[in-house]
Structure formats: C-alpha cells, structure tokens
Design a protein around this ligand. Sequence first.
Ligand SMILES: C[S@@+](CC[C@H](N)C(=O)[O-])C[C@H]1O[C@@H](n2cnc3c(N)ncnc32)[C@H](O)[C@@H]1O
Length: 209
Amino acid sequence: MSGRQTDALDRLWHAYGLDVPDGPVQPVDLAGLFGRRAPVVLEIGSGMGDSTAAMAAVDPDRDYLAVEVHTPGIANLLDLVDRCGLGNVRVAQGDALDLVRGLSEGVLDAVHVFFPDPWPKARHHKRRIIQPAHVALLRSRLTSGGTLHCATDWAEYADGMRQTLDADPELVDAYGGFAPRPAHRPVTKFERRALTAGRPVADLIYRRR
Ligand SMILES: C[S@@+](CC[C@H](N)C(=O)[O-])C[C@H]1O[C@@H](n2cnc3c(N)ncnc32)[C@H](O)[C@@H]1O
C-alpha cells in the first residue's frame, strides 16, 4: 500500500469501515451504519473504489456501501472518501455474499456488480458471483423496483449472466437485452483495459418486480 493508503486506513477505518466476519451471519443495521435512512446502493467488488466514490459524489441523497476483500482497494476508497468529503460512503471488508446474508430483505435500492472476476475456466465457474443462487440472494435484498446492474468485458460471462438473470422469476430486464452503456457508470481501469484490447463491455440492468 502507498503511504497515503496506509494513512487513510489508520485514520478512517473506525469511522467508515465495517468488518464482515467469516462464520455466523452478522446482521447489518444500515441506518445505524450511515446515521440516516436513505436509499442504499451496494457495490460488490469495488476494487480501488473509483466507481463508488465517483457515483456517490454526484448522488448525495443515496448511501453507498462498497464491499471488497482487497485491503489496498479499501484503503484507496477511504482516501477518496476523505479527499472528496463523502459522507454517504461506507466500506465493508470481507466476502460480499456474507455481507448480503446479514442484510434484511428489501433494503437495497440498487446492487452494482462491475467487472466481477470472470473465472474463465469452466471448472472455476462455480466461483462466479453471478450464478442462480447468488442472484436469488441479491434480488431478495432489493426493494420492489430496485436495480441489479452488472457489467463485464467477458463475452461468455455476459451471455451467462443474461441467461441467469432472465431465468430469475422476480427480475425484469429493464432494456429487453443488453443495456446501452449508462453515462452514470464511471470508466475504470478494467473497462479501459478491455476497450484497448478490443473487448466490448456489456451492461445488464434488471429490476426486481
Ligand atoms: C476485476 S475487479 C473489478 C473492480 C471494480 N469493480 C472495477 O470495475 O474497477 C473484481 C474485484 O472484486 C473483488 N472481489 C472478488 N470476489 C469478492 C467477494 N466475494 N467479495 C468482495 N469482493 C470480491 C476482487 O477483490 C476485485 O477487487
């Protein structure tokens, strides 16, 4: 980690961080965490936190909860939160699915899954975040009309995501196919890299019935 990241982690984790323990499900009190009741967006696998910080900065009426396992990414997001003065961001460290299990049903306005690890080998597909049981869990935490937004540059995963999301009886495809790239999703390193390599990026935006 850079000195800046280490410093941000030391100073800000106690105020903005949430530890997601392994083992028994830990209930998460969103109103207590954010200190208010506002619509909440969950960003799964926030990486270096660039998307979370950029989206939260222009959307102060919603709260953003990022979950990530990678400590330097968490520290980088805390640094961005500090530098940009973002009161509507909290950062959870641990497994996203463990965090989601600790949320009550119907509490999320949106779930973002941007460039999840593609696990390209068939024998590793079971590690993918977008698969039927996980989608059912994520969808159960959305409000009625809440959005599940996924983006990937991995064409085969994009097709698999679409099949999985289409098969969920409680999700409706907001665009009747892949969505046009939404202007509100910031371009991250992963998207720039994909475009440079000639891999198109697919957005999938579904709503809970
Ligand atoms: C390919 S990166 C994309 C990062 C970011 N969304 C972006 O677009 O720049 C995927 C991220 O998901 C995180 N991740 C993978 N599995 C996770 C899990 N089960 N819970 C939380 N984060 C996870 C990884 O650590 C990694 O930072």
